[in-house]
Structure formats: structure tokens, C-alpha cells
Ligand binder design. Structure first.
Ligand SMILES: C[S@@+](CC[C@H](N)C(=O)[O-])C[C@H]1O[C@@H](n2cnc3c(N)ncnc32)[C@H](O)[C@@H]1O
Length: 243
């Protein structure tokens, strides 16, 4: 991080830490709906290295909420997908989780894309990694090829978890939405940021991209049933393609 960015960064972390502490003792702006309060507490406790920052699948960091992972397991079991495309690999914990569920079904593979993947990433026979920006034409062409060759009429699930800025996510939605098979899912992760209800300072993000995407086409609809546990980091982000 550049020295000029350090002070604003430290100020932001200090304000986040103070918000978390106030939520913990039940004071401050976080009163009201207990689910929202827990959501903030869960998400923002990462400032102390907690919750999603210290969650692992088989020892590999995975930046997700276990409730959402359980829902992914249910979706995968229902659809028995031929291919899961994930944008945003990070340490590879989510790719490994998806591959482990596919292992239990004995079918399917994972294509995980990242511009700056961490090292080492887990090796697994069902996982293929691709390095580059998810919206790079060559990367998308490779993902399209993988989707087209995954089976006769392949079932494809897409999870978007890379750059969360609205302009990037809307581009991903327009591109990768076309690869999702009828009846399958296009999951937009971290729709909770930009104040829905966490990280209010983020600016337009995944939720705003989803709103735009839904206004542009009628192939996808939000499946609120996938939010049944109350806490999800992807509110309004489970998009189901009409069968
Ligand atoms: C939230 S992390 C992914 C977390 C991972 N899916 C998990 O659950 O453990 C976001 C990742 O997106 C990557 N990223 C950022 N911009 C990207 C882009 N334009 N294309 C692909 N990946 C990108 C970052 O390098 C980072 O590793």
C-alpha cells in the first residue's frame, strides 16, 4: 500500500473497529433488526481477523459464510452440474469446497478465475485455474469454451466473487449470464456491501449491478428461498435462470 493511502486506510479500519465494538455491546447505530445486527457483527468482525477472514475449508482460507456454503451444497446436489465457473479464486478455498461437493456426487468440474491468485492454491483433479481478468475477452472465451464442452446439454452454474465494483460486476453479469443453463444459478456474491447492510462506504457494488442487470433482461429472477437462513452475504444475489 502506498504511504499516501495508509492514513485514510487506518482511519477507516479504526472507525470499523469502533462500530464492531459498539455493535457487540448493543449500542450505537446498530439497533433494530437482530438479523441485520448479527450480519454487521459477523461481517465486520473481520477487522479483528474474525469470521469470514478466519474460515477454512480443509485448511484453505475460504471467504464465505457457512450458511451460504450450505446453500451452495444444496444447489449443487439439486442440479448435479457439469461445470461450476467461479470468478475470484483468492486462496482457492471456495474452489476446493465446490470440488469436494462435486466429489461426493462423483461428477462435474470447477473453473476458477483470478487476476491475482494467491499461492499456493490447492490442487484437485476437478479444479482448473485460469489467471486473468474475468472480463478479459481471452479469459471469457476460455470460460465459454469450457461451458460449451462440459457435456451434451451441460448444466452450468456461475458464481461471481471477483472485483466487487458495480462496473465490473455488471460486465461479468452480461458476459457470464449467457453461460448459465436454464434452471441453473448465477450467484452474485457480496451484494451485502455498500450498506446492504455492511461496508456503507464501498460505493456502488454487486447489489447495484444486480438491480441494473435485472432491469435489462427477463431471463433471471432473484430466488429468495436461497436466503432461508436469514444471514447471507449475497442478499438478492441468488439469481435463477428461468427453466
Ligand atoms: C473475494 S476474493 C475471492 C474469494 C474466494 N472466492 C473465496 O470464497 O475464498 C476476490 C478475488 O478476486 C480477484 N480479482 C480482483 N479483480 C479481478 C478480476 N478483474 N478478474 C478476476 N479476479 C479478480 C482478487 O485477486 C481476489 O483474489
Amino acid at each position: 500500500m502506498h504511504a499516501s493511502e495508509l492514513l485514510p486506510h487506518l482511519k477507516q479500519r479504526a472507525s470499523l473497529a469502533s462500530r464492531v465494538l459498539r455493535t457487540r455491546v448493543g449500542r450505537g447505530p446498530d439497533g433494530g433488526d437482530p438479523i441485520e445486527r448479527f450480519h454487521r457483527l459477523y461481517y465486520e468482525s473481520e477487522v479483528f481477523g474474525g469470521t469470514w477472514r478466519s474460515t477454512y475449508w480443509m485448511g484453505v482460507p475460504i471467504w464465505k459464510c457457512p450458511f451460504d456454503l450450505w446453500v451452495y451444497q444444496e444447489i449443487i446436489n439439486e442440479l448435479n452440474p457439469d461445470l461450476i465457473i467461479e470468478t475470484g479464486t483468492a486462496w482457492g478455498g471456495s474452489a476446493l469446497f465446490l470440488a469436494s461437493v462435486l466429489d461426493l456426487l462423483g461428477h462435474g468440474s470447477v473453473l476458477s478465475i483470478d487476476l491475482w491468485p494467491r499461492s499456493p492454491r490447492p490442487r484437485h483433479p476437478r479444479i482448473r485455474y485460469l489467471q486473468g481478468s474475468s472480463t478479459d475477452p481471452l479469459v471469457f472465451a476460455e470460460a465459454s469454451r469450457a461451458a460449451a464442452t462440459a457435456g451434451d446439454t451441460p448444466t452450468v452454474v456461475v458464481l461471481l466473487d471477483s472485483d466487487h465494483r458495480c462496473e465490473h460486476v455488471i460486465e461479468e453479469l452480461r458476459l457470464y449470464g449467457a453461460l448459465v443453463s436454464p434452471g441453473s444459478y448465477l450467484v452474485v456474491e457480496d451484494t451485502n456491501i455498500n450498506g446492504h447492510p455492511v461496508a456503507p462506504e464501498f460505493g456502488p457494488g454487486p447489489m447495484e449491478a444486480v438491480d441494473l442487470f435485472l432491469s435489462e433482461q427477463a431471463l433471471f429472477a432473484v430466488d429468495r428461498d436461497r436466503e432461508k437462513f436469514g444471514l447471507t452475504l449475497n442478499p438478492g444475489g441468488f439469481l435463477k435462470r428461468i427453466p
